[in-house]
Design a protein around this ligand. Structure first.
Ligand SMILES: CC(C)(COP(=O)(O)OP(=O)(O)OC[C@H]1O[C@@H](n2cnc3c(N)ncnc32)[C@H](O)[C@@H]1OP(=O)(O)O)[C@@H](O)C(=O)NCCC(=O)NCCS
Length: 166
């Protein structure tokens, strides 16, 4: 326990209030940093090709930086009267400091602009931390997708489908 306390005292913190950090569209030139951050956060990360495809498809993708350092990003897709949250990620060392909220508030402003009346997402059943945050933001569990995600060693993991009326 004391080790954890020592680590948290040394953990990187944001220099500014999260709301003071600007979001801007993700560009192809961001992908090296995006893929690196993605690999640091997820055991089964999106590939560079996944991000490149998202940009090529015109999905809504935004990055948040502190100075020149990438801190997080969000990728979402507009559909017919709905939006699909595909990826929301904050650098591991900066999680729990309000950056997710910055990304979420941005999505809440963007979604109505593209005519979305609801938003939905999939999350790994084991990712209870993210599910708690999504519930806090107002999402409810609306279903599941069996064996949706790769889980290593040839195994698969279910997705929990969550939805929110905007
Ligand atoms: C999910 C993620 C993007 C959230 O970003 P974050 O910077 O850690 O989140 P924040 O510090 O802004 O906290 C988000 C909100 O959740 C709330 N929250 C945090 N933990 C919570 C919990 N266990 N229960 C309920 N609410 C919780 C916070 O109070 C905050 O509330 P607010 O928006 O009203 O201020 C980030 O934690 C992350 O990248 N996780 C790993 C990747 C991941 O799992 N992504 C989702 C894949 S589906």
């Amino acid at each position: 326990m004391s080790d954890n306390g020592a680590m948290s005292a040394l953990a990187p913190t944001l220099k500014k209030a999260p709301s003071a950090l600007a979001l801007r569209p993700m560009r192809a030139s961001d992908l090296d940093a995006v893929v690196l951050l993605e690999q640091q956060v997820y055991p089964h990360p999106w590939t560079r090709g996944n991000f490149a495809d998202a940009l090529a498809a015109g999905y809504h993708a935004q990055c948040v930086h502190q100075d020149t350092e990438l801190c997080g990003y969000v990728v979402a897709m507009a559909g017919v009267e709905e939006a699909h949250l595909l990826n929301i990620t904050v650098a591991r060392a900066l999680q729990g400091q309000g950056l997710g909220r910055v990304l979420w508030q941005h999505l809440c402003a963007w979604a109505p602009q593209v005519g979305a009346q609801c938003m939905w997402l999939e999350v790994r059943r084991s990712n209870v931390a993210a599910q708690a945050i999504y519930k806090h933001w107002g999402f409810e569990t609306v279903g599941e997708r069996k064996n949706y995600y790769p889980a290593g060693r040839g195994q698969r993991e279910d997705a929990v489908v969550m939805g929110l009326t905007l």
